[in-house]
Write a protein that binds this ligand. Structure first.
Ligand code: MN
Ligand code: MN
Length: 318
């Protein structure tokens, strides 16, 4: 194991409510020596279409993450002993300029990816995933996308803009950053402009599961389906918090009723144990719309922790 092994503050020595709020209270550093996983924020929400606010997402998720403990019983893994985790801080962004922000995120993320460190982004709206995929596909080739989201984000444009949080995966396909036959979008629901909104995603080659279909499959059949699609390709898992029902995650920009409970979504994510995770993000957390208990940020912190847990587990078949 590389040194130093970074660990969060020990809550048996320094209580959880004390200290500066990095993710899980892990050390904040941009020195990647000895680091296995870097959690970093992308505080950007210029590309939202309805409610803004995800620029405050990283801060809120970090704050809520203070409660997380080292051992994940759901996946039987001690996350902080298996992975040396740091909080890399927020990468530079340009409010109001999506394409300039992409360049800034790509430059910063390249440092992490070139060092062989697993990147986990805290968003930010869903537009930022395109910049992440550009860097990771540059290293690994086209990735398998596993997307949990109430929306497919495969529109061609919005008000004439090609770079926006609802066009991310259309652009990612055009740029050959993801392999559609290896990619699964799940959790889609809500009113649409027309049937073509879902048909167009299927026409692009993605496997698309509505939220009702996902729930009917259940976690283990869903995970088998995902494993069958991804094959041996490295995976990018993009968790849009709006896959949760607004009763569980009101703090998001484009809420859709009829979503997953937090418990259901945990089961779907944990069922993916053994996948070869190359990168991940948790996006669309909008703290200004969160509930008084900050349940959206708390859920997001826990899903970020589950994604680190997936990375900490052995890859199946290796
Ligand atoms: Mn999305
Ligand atoms: Mn969404």
């Amino acid at each position: 194991m590389a040194e130093p092994h970074h660990r969060p503050l020990d809550a048996k020595q320094i209580p959880r409510f004390a200290g500066i709020r990095t993710f899980m209270r892990a050390p904040h550093t941009t020195d990647l020596a000895g680091v296995d996983a870097a959690v970093y924020g992308i505080p950007f929400d210029t590309a939202t279409s309805y409610r803004t606010g995800p620029r405050f997402g990283p801060e809120a998720i970090r704050s809520a993450s203070a409660l997380l403990r080292p051992y994940n019983p759901g996946l039987d893994v001690n996350v902080v002993e298996t992975l040396s985790i740091v909080d890399y801080g927020d990468v530079p962004v340009s409010p109001g300029d999506t394409e300039r922000t992409y360049g800034q995120v790509e430059e910063a993320l390249a440092q992490i990816v070139d060092a062989g460190v697993f990147p986990l982004a805290l968003g930010g709206d869903h537009s930022i995933t395109l910049a992440e995929l550009r860097v990771l596909a540059g290293k690994h080739g086209p990735l398998a996308l596993v997307q949990l989201d109430a929306h497919g984000d495969t529109w061609d444009e919005y008000f004439g803009q090609r770079y926006f949080h609802g066009t991310t995966f259309a652009r990612a396909l055009e740029e050959k950053l993801i392999e559609p036959k290896s990619s699964v979008q799940a959790g889609l629901r809500g009113s649409l402009y027309g049937a073509e909104d879902i048909d167009s995603a299927r026409a692009l080659g993605f496997t698309v599961l509505s939220c009702d279909e996902l729930r009917a499959l259940g976690p283990s059949v869903y995970a088998d389906l995902v494993r069958g699609r991804i094959g041996r390709r490295p995976v990018f898992l993009s968790f849009d918090i709006d896959v949760l029902d607004p009763a569980f995650a009101p703090g998001t920009g484009t809420p859709e009723v009829g979503g997953l409970s937090t418990a259901e979504a945990l089961s779907f994510v944990r069922a993916l144990a053994g996948i070869d995770l190359a990168g991940a993000d948790v996006v669309e957390v909008s703290p200004p719309y969160d509930g008084p208990g900050h349940q959206t940020a708390l859920a997001a912190a826990n899903f970020a922790y589950e994604l680190l847990s997936l990375r900490a587990l052995p890859v199946a078949g290796r």
